[in-house]
Design a protein around this ligand. Sequence first.
Ligand code: AMP
Length: 415
Amino acid sequence: MTQSVKGMRDLWGTELAHFQFVERMCHQIMGAHGYQEIRTPIVESTDLFSRGVGSTTDIVNKEMYTFQDRSDRSLTLRPENTASVVRAIIQNKLLEGNDPLHLFYIGPMFRYERMQAGRYRQFWQIGAESIGVSSPESEVESIVMLFDFLASLGLADLSLSINSVGFPEERTSFYIALKAFVKAQEGAFCLDCQRRIEDNPLRVLDCKVPSCQMALTGHPEVLTFLSAESQSHHEKFQKCLQSSRIPFAVNPKMVRGLDYYTRTTFEVLSSDLGAQSALLGGGRYDRLIQDLGGPPTPAFGWALGFDRLVSLLMKKNTALPSKPRIFLIPLGDSMIEDAFQLVRPLWAAGHSIELETRGVALKKSLSTANRKGHSHAFILGEGEKAKDIITVKFLTTGEQEEWPLREISSRILKL
Ligand code: AMP
């Protein structure tokens, strides 16, 4: 039979319930911070990403799902969403009268990456973008929201890794120093790094090859090459993080895999995620809106790996808030109409009730309810009807109660 595409998976059951729980908390927390959801198309013109993400990045160079459509346009399945959100803001003039603009998104991204646990070719991201403010305080506001969101999911023990990469023009002398450092021991670096040092020197710093990381010991640090303004921005950012009690550590090697970052960059890693330890990353991108044809506008944002977040929650056995799941069993063909009459107002009131319509023996219905993880079976037979009650079986304990029919809705709420 035809299988799903390699690296792209179906979501259902417990894992999907975790995704849905996270989505609800995301809407709640980000809504409270005044962020509004934005949904952009999954397919964009290829040049959006080559211009936005950067033509020398791994994402654009080797990971994009790019194809020609029937009119010979080059299209790409979005590998990330910031470039798309920026395009949407410019195209729909969302900044006019809405400055500063706070947006969040939830959706699938696509990268043709080597398969590994925790790394998919279709994966989900949750992200937030704060557009129109250049202050370090706006960065901390976005990070506080992120940490409130993670804490609402029971993840309170994570800490930030931060750095600043300044503006491109501030990096020129850093690149000269880094190139000299790499050239002095060229043989110690992998072939990719030897190429990167020519066309995208920052990328050398986060090369995953262990021998390159060894060779980087004592490397020039981008922070020390930045202007006084960028350094003071970085210091204010740290002070504000401290006063907001967000734990962090400065990591001079952390530069992120996308080219649009200016000044602040940050990541959150979790050792519970195994080899793919990056849970989320983000930073400031003060030039991207202008580079993509909009007015000069400062901006800051982050993207979180939704699949990895869910795997972390499942590893930590995070209990999901759960409503009772009820199986309503009419006894015999004669009771199915009564069961319909009983259940429709309960459905309308939002209770989760599955109706047994197979007309099978009670024993079989009860074993189905147990197998499917229902919490309660409601049994409606001639005897119950005559007494205006329903028999309620608690499937985890086996206990049984009789409830007056008119009290069902209020009693379900108390379960
Ligand atoms: P990035 O857009 O590369 O900054 O990635 C942000 C976050 O998305 C990462 O920290 C990961 O948690 C997640 N992520 C990136 N690529 C993948 C992938 N191929 N599979 C699963 N999650 C990913």
